[in-house]
Design a protein around this ligand. Sequence first.
Ligand SMILES: Cc1cc2nc3c(=O)[nH]c(=O)nc-3n(C[C@H](O)[C@H](O)[C@H](O)COP(=O)(O)O)c2cc1C
Length: 359
Amino acid sequence: MWYENRITQDLHIKYPIVQAGMAGGVTTPELVAAVSNTGALGTLGAGYMSPEQMEESIQKIKQLTNNPFGVNLFIPETPDVSEEEIEQANEWLRPFREELNISEIPKVNQPSTSLFEKQMEIVIKERIPVCSFTFGMPTKEMVNELKKADVTVIGTATTVKEAIANEENGMDMVVVQGSEAGGHRGTFIGSFAEAMIGTMALVPQTVDHVDIPVIAAGGIMDGRGVLAALVLGAEAVQMGTAFVTSLESGVAEQHKEAILNSHEDQSVVTSSFSGKPARGIRNEFITKMAKYENKLPKYPIQNTLTKPIRSEAGKQNRPEWMSLWCGQNPRSSKQQSAGEMISDIISQVDDMVNNKEAR
Ligand SMILES: Cc1cc2nc3c(=O)[nH]c(=O)nc-3n(C[C@H](O)[C@H](O)[C@H](O)COP(=O)(O)O)c2cc1C
């Protein structure tokens, strides 16, 4: 069958479809479990979660599915950011805070690696079968520790060079993230701008240069995208935006609406929300902050500074100031359950491989 390959075999799943771990509330336990229950792989986006939140979500997922699921984590970054840079950024953010009646300026703690270490301990303790990473790679020691605990370890790459680095680091599989992808760029070697390679170009070049299985991500929203990725040599796809508008997704309604009504030319890659380039729907916050983009504090500092603005904008129904992460294929988005979406995708691919008219 078209869906049987190294990835479905190694991950003990039926279909080579991975729901992206999306931090920030998208990946509710209900979404992760619904996806895993179809035979695809649900993933908890735990990047921003405290150990307590992570434990709670994992327990809930385990109650809702007996099938494998994954956890996605961020490799921590500890940039040197001066007080002056923070003060300047706060000054630029002041008009948004005033308009939203936010009186408190978030306290910036020196970024550390301790949260990540605790998150890794939970993955091992809870015997999570799959752990994926973005923003870099875990150390070889960590990879070995995960593998000893029978965790399949998946990295993220935005260039062939990064995919090779993942393979050399001992990762079992690699997600290649094309420039169409919604959310943060996973680039960790070289410049973000140079690593903007489309999925169609990145997948075949990567499969020609690594032996580990490749998972294609970026702009894949339906059966056509899944089959195309498999033809290019990927052994699975990772889809993000498609699941953001699913019924089980935990994002604000304004975010879902924005994607459902958005077009291919309306997203941009911006650092203004977090200090790290990410693709989202262009809105007033992005256009107003564009002139400061190169001077903002690096991730995760800028992310901390804008957090109350983003969440208050959601509560006050001001989508123009929210981070509306979205890939370049939003016209294909639908509001339906994750289960229905996956079953539609499977029948679309079935029809295409059996030469029937594709829906
Ligand atoms: C709302 C949103 C949040 C995301 N958060 C994460 C994350 O926490 N970790 C991660 O590895 N990728 C994250 N991504 C990126 C996805 O892994 C994937 O690369 C991307 O969604 C693929 O492109 P698509 O959105 O066109 O499907 C996120 C994407 C979106 C849309």
